[in-house]
Design a protein around this ligand. Sequence first.
Ligand code: PHE
Length: 487
Amino acid sequence: MAEEAILGFLQNHEQIPDSGQFAAEHNLDHNDVVNVIKSLHGFGYIDAQDIKRETWVLTDEGKKYAAEGSPEVQLFLAVPAEGSVPKDELQKKLDPSVFKIGCSQAGRNKWVEMGKQVSRKVQHVEDKVKGLLLQIQEGKEIGKDSISALKARKLIVPQTWKGYSVKKGPNYAPKRKKVATDLTRENLQRGDWKDLEFKEYNFNAKGQPVEAGHLHPLLKVRKQFKDIFLQMGFEEMPTNNFVESSFWNFDALFQPQQHPARDSHDTFFLKAPSTTRTLPEDYVERVKRVHEFGGYGSRGYAYDWKREEANKNLLRTHTTAVSSRMLYALAQKPFAPKKYFSIDRVFRNEAVDRTHLAEFHQIEGLVCDRGLTLGDLIGVLQDFFSRLGMSKLRFKPAYNPYTEPSMEIFSYHEGLQKWVEIGNSGMFRPEMLLPMGLPEDVRVIAWGLSLERPTMILYHIDNIRDLFGHKVDLNLIKQNPICRIGI
Ligand code: PHE
């Protein structure tokens, strides 16, 4: 319809000066006209020039008053022609916002006398506001002062109207020629290919999206972290056991058996197999002793350590379980300094909300060497986090059962303009390291953080369920950039 109208009109006219007017005169929808103009322009049937006009449209409030009358008139009409009405009674008759705005506008217009009683000061009022709003709604022009007044009351907002002026183009024809997009077998058989006009190739058209595998944002960020550790000379620990015994997850870390984290409210215990089969017996004996009586300068926890508790299988609650196994293995050989890291999944019996899931990923680093100090820990953390683009760090004393001293790590987030907690760290306690058999002057500095948190910050995701789990939009994974760490 629109296409015939435009091409037909241009047959006997120089131009269409304004697509808006044209649409109105021909009873066409302006959007349809615009679409046809774009398409005809693309094929050179017509030339089109943009026209822009500032127009005004009604806000929701404006639309309401255009339909129901302005609040001041609604209020005026609710006041009796003779006598007066108590103000609170008037209030009950009207919508709260109509009453509030109506009072102030009708008062300003000197239409009513406002006091405890409200009465009319004039006989008749005219609803100018409604009239003006209706005019705007019909696309009519109104005076500048009226525009400012309606704008100030937020009854109208500006809107840019876009349309076109149109002339004949180089390929103008009163009717669009059908162009062939394919050369078919039938065209060849019939021989009509000789007369067909073929559509030009559009080399600017976007291709089909490639159906291929895509890395999840967590994997991309994990790769960056892994590269940073490798650049710093760290070796990756084997983390391929989600199931761990309480012994390696807690006891070896000098975490007492009554610790609340060892409760089923916080930890997922396994039903089958519910217990571990083997543990290094002599080491278990030393761990039991350090929990019960201490040693190595410690008083221990002075409680009855139970083997059954240590045997219980669980889904590991932190990757520090892996670190404890690795340090124990290291202690069984002549000592050599080590730098280890791991990035893998851990599980906690958490209430799920926008920042917590029952499974997430931890990044953990540790350095094991003779004579390390807290200064070394701070230095390594500074080096590590600077490589992520976070060089403003602060540390806050904290508590972990297996580290002393312990520090929470904070980084200044330029975007959020505040200090945000980014990790936890500390020096492993002698009660953990010495029963393993590590030499007395060996210290281990370590830190841990979640992989999800930096990933959410980097990818501007504020709900963890949009990042991980069954509610994730696959387009997030297909369309996200490679990684944006450190910028
Ligand atoms: N395991 C700690 C946690 O779960 C992190 C940590 C690792 C703390 C190493 C100190 C040293 O949060």
